[in-house]
Design a protein around this ligand. Sequence first.
Ligand SMILES: [Zn+2]
Length: 144
Amino acid sequence: MDMQTWRDSRATAVEATEALRAALDSLGVPESVWGTLRPVVTFKGTAYVHVGMVRADVADRMCDESPRGYPVTRSVLRYVKHRITQQPDTCTTFEAECMTCDWKAKPSTDGAGVDVQCMSHTGRTGHATFRRSCTSLALVERAE
Ligand SMILES: [Zn+2]
């Protein structure tokens, strides 16, 4: 097999793998299941997607998605590249809550300020564990 044949087969295998990953992701299948999919090219240049073991409930769901029982529908298999960024003109909001009592920090766009509120709470109460979260608005756009 020459290098160009291998490259072409590899590209086909990668595209098919990404399409199958996207299809499984769109079915709500966790990455722990579809993350192990990988493109494979045999020594003869045949392109494959290595699937490995699939949990029975996931296999059932894949079949349920198609009225004819095909693993996934054609429309789901179409792979479009997207990028995700923070929505322009929006801020990230930082929050924290004590895991020992009902105290919550005042939400703020200043993460360091929320951290200071937590440290003050610890100083007053001795409570040392907090659940912190930062929330932002995401914007998904087609990349091409
Ligand atoms: Zn507390």
